[in-house]
Design a protein around this ligand. Structure first.
Ligand code: AMP
Ligand code: MG
Length: 624
């Protein structure tokens, strides 16, 4: 076979109806997208590959191949894709494969070509046999480029079905053995299952074995964070949302700029546009003003040497002009503008086309959490819809017989459940979909049921309480029974106990964070362990930003554990950021968190801090 005679076409122009109208080809798969997978398998088999798509054309173009939309309107189906391909195909044959078939055979082109030649056919289509049933795969086909007029006539006559077209041409079927290779992916759930099952998820024991010294009963914060980071895996499902709805969401793909921003060279000032070559070194330059260039309209004159154009900020630079002199630096006599020598240099006050963003370059990267500036940036590119990761579903509940919910009487020895509210607030800030499961009693059956329910409905589970050594705490046993869960004593204060792992129930699994019960410990453990893991599951990278500040007073601290002290950061007398520890630091005293605006992070190896020493601080403001 001469592969130079075949062009490949990836059919990605469908509506993605069964996937909830997402753009199928752009769904994440195996670390890239489905279309990228198909591209990688098709490329070695043919001379060139193009993509047939009707949405997100720029995103597809970023793969560095031509993108061809349908000519026949209204999503007319795969035949419209074939038509678009045949019309632009520069080789004898066109080979098509759908964008949702990442396992397509490596010998697809060769076998179809063989079959077509042997049968003297116009089109060769792949078929497989499974359990005695013959199945035709019409979108895996090789066809002659010369069929274009026949296909166009069929489409123009309203024909849409592949097999409806076949009687007009000579079709041959080519039998392939591996039915799996033609498997396509139709729903997001199917995609998620396929994408996570082939690479068996790591086991905690394997992850932990990478650490040189591992002691679950004295685990440094850094090691716990590392194990968690390596164990959790991103949830791979995305959706398209309208621009405004993307605020706070995680971008699922790079956004490639379809245009230059700004689109034209334009003026950064109100002034006069001129040719730099008209500027003189020793005497004032006198230039004739031939008109005005307003923002939003092209100036249609063409200034000659010795002429200039009055121009407004944002006005498109008139042809031949390369510099702008601000109006306050010149004098104007009748229709002549006079500019003193040395006022400006060539190129001054001109914004170049594409200086903000060049067409074809990535304006925003996948994994970014969309902020207000990003909304504006996307709007400046004319982007109306944005691919984002689907929201992470997080279930959470509190454990403990002593807990009462708001509205219940506070019996002797009981406390109101506050953890569920701090956890709610922290998860909400991360932009998760929440499943609040209330308070669960210290009862084995109730705990097991709650964990199973959570597991079957959520990507991650957050519990509080029951993970230390209390006698009535069944939480640990049940968690251990339901999956791969480990129980740590972490070298930190507050928040020593932590359960972490993955549990499974009825074929579904979820990552589990069993946080301690004490209200301050819950928040500290959430921020320093759960937060990063959840963001990673959401496909985002947003490491905690610690800033340096001066400690106002001595802070007593023993090396060998990490301490998180609640503090207030303010400007000191000399204007330097200075942090003061808030009153009592007990791990049950939530007021210390509420009054603080930051936490001082005293690292493992650090000893007592002297007044005036610099320390690391985590600001609460802006913390997501
Ligand atoms: P535990 O880890 O379950 O032994 O809980 C440690 C401490 O935290 C106990 O004093 C609990 O009463 C308290 N605690 C546990 N869960 C909550 C909660 N949801 N709200 C407030 N306090 C809690
Ligand atoms: Mg408890």
């Amino acid at each position: 076979m001469n592969k130079e005679s075949i062009s490949g076409l990836i059919l990605a122009g469908g509506r993605g109806t069964r996937m909830g109208h997402v753009d199928k080809g752009l769904q994440p798969f195996g670390g890239t997208t489905m279309a990228a997978h198909v591209l990688a398998r098709l490329e070695p088999q043919v001379a060139t590959v193009a993509i047939n798509a009707n949405r997100n054309l720029d995103t597809y173009a970023a793969y560095g191949v031509p993108v061809w939309p349908d000519d026949t309107p209204d999503y007319a189906g795969p035949l419209a894709g074939l038509q678009a391909g045949l019309r632009r195909c520069a080789t004898t044959y066109l080979l098509t494969a759908p964008c949702d078939s990442p396992f397509l055979p490596a010998d697809l082109a060769e076998r179809l070509h063989e079959g077509l030649r042997a049968a003297g056919a116009d089109l060769a289509v792949a078929v497989t046999e499974e359990n005695g049933r013959r199945q035709v795969h019409p979108v895996f086909c090789l066809l002659k480029a010369s069929l274009e007029p026949v296909l166009s006539a069929y489409l123009d006559g309203g024909g849409r079905r592949m097999d409806g077209w076949y009687p007009q041409i000579k079709v041959t079927e080519v039998l392939f053995d591996a039915a799996d290779a033609f498997r396509n992916i139709n729903t997001l759930d199917e995609l998620r299952d396929l994408d996570t099952t082939p690479s068996t998820p790591p086991r905690l024991a394997d992850v932990v074995s990478c650490l040189s010294a591992y002691d679950p009963d004295a685990l440094p914060v850094r090691d716990a964070q590392r194990i968690i980071r390596e164990f959790v895996t991103p949830v791979r499902a995305t959706e398209m949302v309208a621009l405004r709805a993307a605020l706070g969401r995680v971008l699922a793909a790079d956004i490639v700029s379809p245009i230059n921003v700004p689109a034209h060279d334009n003026s950064a000032m109100d002034g006069y546009a001129l040719r730099g070559s008209d500027l003189t070194a020793d005497a004032p330059a006198r230039l004739r003003v031939i008109g005005t260039a307003y923002a939003g309209r092209a100036f249609d004159g063409s200034p000659q040497p010795g002429e200039c154009v009055r121009i407004m900020t944002g006005g498109v630079m008139p042809a031949g002009c390369d510099s702008v002199v601000p109006q306050e630096f010149v004098s104007v006599e009748n229709d002549t503008m006079v500019i003193a020598p040395g006022t400006i240099r060539t190129g001054d006050n001109r914004r170049l086309a594409g200086e903000d963003l060049k067409a074809g370059s990535a304006a925003l990267r996948a994994g970014k959490i969309v902020r207000p500036a990003d909304l504006g940036l996307l709007a400046s590119l004319g982007v109306a819809e944005v691919p984002v990761q689907r929201r992470l579903r997080v279930a959470f509940f509190s454990t403990g017989d002593e807990l009462r919910s708001i509205g219940q009487p506070l019996d002797e020895g009981c406390v109101y459940d506050s953890n569920r509210y701090t956890i709610y607030g922290m998860l909400q800030r991360l932009g998760c979909d929440l499943i609040d499961m209330g308070v669960v009693r210290d009862d084995p059956q109730a705990l097991e049921q709650a964990l199973r329910d959570a597991c079957e409905n959520a990507d991650a589970i957050i519990t509080s309480g029951g993970v230390s050594v209390g006698a009535a705490d069944y939480t640990k046993q049940i968690m251990a029974r339901l999956g791969d869960v480990t129980f740590w004593k972490i070298g930190m204060r507050p928040g020593r106990p932590l359960a972490f792992g993955r549990i499974a129930s009825n074929g579904r699994s979820a990552f589990l964070f069993g946080l301690p019960g004490n209200p301050v410990a819950v928040m500290v453990s959430f921020y320093f362990f759960a937060r990063e893991a959840l963001l990673r599951m959401m496909g985002a990278e947003a490491p905690l930003a610690l800033v340096r500040a001066r400690s106002a007073a001595t802070i007593r601290k023993k090396p060998g554990r990490t301490e998180y002290q609640r503090g207030i950061l303010a400007s000191g007398a000399d204007g330097q950021p200075t942090v003061t520890i808030t009153g009592s630091q007990g791990s049950g005293i939530l007021r210390s968190m509420s009054e603080a605006n930051c936490m001082v992070v005293l690292h493992d190896e650090q000893g007592t801090v002297q007044a005036g020493d610099m320390v690391d601080v985590l600001l609460f403001e802006g913390l997501i």
